[in-house]
Design a protein. Structure first.
Length: 301
């Protein structure tokens, strides 16, 4: 296990008892972080270190934290204001903590590569996911893929082709009424959401606002078409990019244990919840941190 010297801040922060231990899971993405108790308030130093680790590894895993939904919310709040999801149910009295419970919602389409909430103008910056109840059969892993690694691996010619393109992202692609409009109440919420959130345009290549790195920013969950090219070209490009973005080389797979936490940078990653355990039940809570408006390589901050 590697110990990053960067993170030994015992002299600068004498109140930090433990240096963090960081174990990288793959070159492109993912690290396990030990030496922090997420149920406790973070010092500013620790918060900054975790932010830096997030920028470097894109998804961080913390084992067996067993934080309550309130503690999960308070941890996420260190990194920004929190999002309220228009569709998913939430933990009673904790509206920022959504409940992903296979017994309550049809979540099969989380087994589709997606970046959370790109149907909004300012998609979330990051998210914190906690495993509450896992299938007794095993399974239910989650996979994340790095948009920066995917972009870097494209040919120069394709990078030049897509650098200035934009694409449409549409809420209804992953939230069809067949699954999210089954009752009158669901349909009311769905219609309100669709009316308030018409399709939005985002750059196909997103510049990370903190690292300045380019990342592929289309996802199968919400991206419907590339703007200003004919539909055949849009389909062909998207199908190639969706496939390329999710190659094993750019991804990491997490095998959950109850109480684990994943914390990901939603600006330059996408993820996929493996659907291999039904009819067993699986329950997760997610707290999501607000982000900013994506910009492309030609646009600047
Ligand atoms: O259930 C999971 O593993 C991931 C679900 C998901 O897509 C999310 O929390 O954003
Ligand atoms: Fe998601």
């Amino acid at each position: 296990m590697a110990v990053s010297p960067l993170l030994d801040h015992s002299s600068a922060f004498p109140h930090v008892a433990n240096a963090l231990h960081v174990e990288r899971l793959s070159p492109a993405i993912g690290a396990v972080v030990e030496g922090v108790d997420l149920s406790q308030p973070l010092t500013l130093g620790l918060r900054d270190d975790l932010n830096e680790l997030l920028l470097r590894h894109q998804v961080l895993f913390f084992r067996k934290q067993n934080v309550s939904p309130v503690q999960q919310r308070d941890f996420a709040r260190n990194f920004g204001e929190l999002h309220r999801h228009p569709i998913f149910p939430f933990v009673p009295d904790v509206p920022e903590a959504i409940v992903l419970d296979t017994a309550k919602n049809d979540l099969r389409d989380n087994a589709l590569w997606h970046t959370d909430v790109t149907f909004e103008q300012e998609p979330p910056k990051a998210a914190v996911l906690a495993a509450r109840l896992l299938p007794e059969t095993g399974g239910g892993d989650t996979i994340w893929a790095s948009g920066t690694a995917a972009y870097d691996a494209l040919s120069d010619g394709l990078k030049t082709r897509i650098d200035l393109l934009t694409a449409q992202h549409d809420f209804t692609k992953s939230f069809p009424t067949s699954r999210f409009g089954r009752t009158e109440e669901e349909l009311r919420k769905w219609t309100e959401t669709r009316n308030a959130r018409p399709p939005v345009t985002h750059p196909v290549v997103r510049v990370h606002p903190e690292t300045g790195k380019n990342a592929l920013f289309v996802n199968e969950g919400f991206t419907t078409e590339i703007n200003d090219v004919d539909s055949g070209e849009s389909q062909a490009l998207l199908s190639y990019l969706f496939h390329h973005a999710t190659k094993p080389e750019f991804s990491v797979r997490w095998r959950w244990e109850e109480g684990d936490i994943a914390f990901w940078d939603n600006r330059i990653t996408q993820h996929y919840a493996v659907d291999d355990y039904r009819p067993a039940r699986r329950v997760m809570n997610r707290v999501t941190i607000l982000g900013d408006r994506p910009f492309g390589p030609s646009q600047g901050g």
